[in-house]
Design a protein around this ligand. Structure first.
Ligand SMILES: O=C(O)C(=O)C[C@]1(C(=O)O)C=C[C@@H](O)C=C1
Length: 405
């Protein structure tokens, strides 16, 4: 058995095993570019070639470049740096009528409401993407911050540009979003919640274009997979785009008369497209589960339904996976999800059996979600038991289950 450091269950989060698997540490307190400067509202009405786009909050998506250089504080307006304005403050304050003087912070200023009115939440995609709706379901009054890729959303949390990220992890028809499983391990964020959301896909076109005129359909690959039956009947070419809302935006802004987009009803409204068919997903109950990620874990509780997500690798040998799963069955702990991913850093395991020669096996990481809180002794005992055969074990989070659907 591999030598392991003895982990502790402080706040229910233990990690043991090889250090090469974990990713970078979050840079707590690192100053980033003033995120507020990324968010601007474009007023007025955009008119273009017969397409009328309703005014939207034009929130520029975060890109990887946003993290590459931090402007000196003297170049940044707002809270992070104010161009030396602080020096002027004493003078200004003396000139201001007392009603306009800055108010001291009160306890309410420091409180994040349960609706998340002070929370900044990163999601992947453009305004109108399903992930934006998931962020707003989790925190109804949050500032939803669009990001170009999943990784950008992870980094935005790590660099304190936002407070949380809401990212899709699986869909009831399309299955797992593997990229996010891999990113969970490369980054040091904690799962602090989940959101399940019914996803209703609409087929949309430029106003005036008929369904029969559509030759190609643009959307996110997951959305195209979830609408396989309807799109096959139409006999159209599918084109993959980074997110559903961006597909709608592309059809509108490029005046694509031969194309449709699969996206949300909100995306149709934002980008001025006409819905030609609603609910085109293969099954009426099309549910996507999203994870809420944060820099710090939450304290697990035992007085409500909790789920715990872990990732581990196993020693080699026959029946080891069976034994690993038995640690949960023995304690009546229900598993809700199991996923395996290749170990990218060590994809193959060489097994040398002198009688039969050398074999190469694929080596896997196992991700499991189980229905118990890390505050419960049965969950703690199950993981202590699992450590007997795991060469690496990390608790990704212990968080309240979303039972709203
Ligand atoms: O493209 C979007 O609108 C997204 O929010 C992404 C996404 C996904 O990645 O699964 C989210 C929900 C739906 O399952 C389809 C697409």
């Amino acid at each position: 058995m591999a030598v392991k450091a003895v982990g502790t269950w402080v706040a229910g989060f233990c990690e043991t095993g090889r250090s090469d698997i974990g990713g970078r540490r979050a840079i707590a307190g690192a100053a980033g570019p003033n995120w507020r400067s990324e968010v601007s509202t474009v007023g007025g009405r955009l008119e273009r070639a017969g397409v009328c786009m309703k005014p939207v909050e034009d929130v520029k998506p975060m890109k990887d470049e946003n993290f590459s250089s931090v402007p000196p504080s003297s170049e940044v307006d707002g809270e992070a740096g104010n161009g030396g304005a602080d020096k002027q403050l004493g003078k200004l304050n003396r000139d201001l009528p007392s009603g306009l003087l800055p108010k001291p912070l009160s306890l309410t200023d420091l409180t994040v409401s349960s609706h998340g009115s002070n929370v900044r939440v990163a999601y992947q995609g453009c305004p109108g993407a399903f992930s934006e709706a998931a962020a707003l379901k989790a925190y109804p009054r949050c500032v939803a911050v669009p990001c170009e890729q999943f990784e950008v959303a992870f980094k935005a949390v790590e660099l304190w540009l936002v407070d949380k990220a809401v990212l899709p992890i699986e869909n009831s028809v399309g299955g797992s979003i593997h990229r996010n499983y891999d990113l969970l391990l490369c980054h040091r964020l904690h799962i602090v919640g989940e959101v399940q959301m019914a996803v209703n896909h609409c087929l949309m076109t430029l106003p005036g274009v008929k369904k029969e005129e559509i030759k190609r359909v643009l959307s996110h690959p997951q959305a195209l997979a979830q609408c396989e039956i309807a799109l096959s009947k139409l006999g159209v070419i599918r084109e993959s785009i980074d997110d559903t809302a961006l597909a709608a935006q592309l059809v509108a802004s490029n005046d694509l008369k031969d194309a449709g987009a699969v996206a949300s009803a909100r995306a149709a409204e934002i980008y001025g497209l006409k819905i030609v068919e609603e609910r085109i997903q293969d099954t009426p109950d099309n549910i996507t589960r999203f994870l809420i990620l944060a820099r710090e874990p939450i304290i697990p509780r035992a007085d409500r339904l909790f789920k715990t997500s872990i990732v581990f690798t196993l020693e080699e040998g026959s029946g080891v996976l069976f034994k690993a799963l038995a640690v949960f069955a023995l304690r009546n702990i229900n598993l809700t999800k199991i996923e395996s991913r290749p170990q990218r850093k060590r994809p193959l395991r060489v097994v040398d059996d002198s009688n039969y020669g050398t074999a190469k096996y694929f080596d896997y990481l196992f991700y499991i979600d189980f229905e118990a809180s890390m505050a419960e002794p049965r969950a703690q005992n199950a993981l202590a038991h699992l450590q007997e055969f795991a060469t690496f074990l990390r608790v990704l989070g212990s968080y309240p289950m979303d039972t709203s659907l």
